[in-house]
Design a protein around this ligand. Sequence first.
Ligand SMILES: Nc1nc2c(ncn2[C@@H]2O[C@H](COP(=O)(O)OP(=O)(O)OP(=O)(O)O)[C@@H](O)[C@H]2O)c(=O)[nH]1
Ligand SMILES: [Mg+2]
Length: 210
Amino acid sequence: MGLWDSLLNWLRSLFFKQEMELSLVGLQNAGKTSLVNSIATGGYSEDMIPTVGFNMRKVTKGNVTIKLWDLGGQRRFRTMWERYCRGVSAIVLMLHAFKETSECLHVFKHGIMNHGFRYVVDAADRDSVPISRSELHELLTKPSLIGIPLLVLGNKIDKSEALAKQALVEQLGLESLKDREVCCYMISCKDSVNIDSVIDWLIKHSKTAG
Ligand SMILES: Nc1nc2c(ncn2[C@@H]2O[C@H](COP(=O)(O)OP(=O)(O)OP(=O)(O)O)[C@@H](O)[C@H]2O)c(=O)[nH]1
Ligand SMILES: [Mg+2]
């Protein structure tokens, strides 16, 4: 980048500061805190501690300061989601979407957990799409959240059992959401797949600071 371009960018950043606030919701183990780390530093770790309550992180990308409310996904924290979604520029729903294979169903129907088996998923993972669907639709019925754009992120596409985007959109019933903008990306925090698209989407939804 030339000196002139750098100077222009610097001037632009002085005059066009943007800011946004968003809330990350989704079941436990979906990868919400991993996404925050990925956006903030590009780092990734297998050893994550479940979020208790919530964390707030501020991340700056170019001219945009993003205030992220990273909410705990365990059942006892889900009643807080609505409070932290009020007035934000966007709601981000994250989930790990795994398809149910016939072998997988067999394992669960017969209550066998064979650790040599290729599709070893725990019960919470197996149910994550239907539970995410009902939590999402319940959240979005709240009058305080009408019209807030929704970004759905299907995480962990590095895994072979990950669902395809179309299947995820259908299983979450996203097409029935008519009162707001809805967008969906399939991502991997582990392999940094589509994290750039997520950041671009967020930046497009920021507002000029008042
Ligand atoms: N394979 C794979 N694992 C991931 C990915 N993203 C996150 N994980 C793993 O998923 C686990 C849970 O990640 P967290 O970021 O703590 O999940 P969370 O949604 O913040 O969970 P709560 O805070 O309990 O709501 C961790 O072991 C991560 O390493 C991914 O893209 N691929
Ligand atoms: Mg977390």
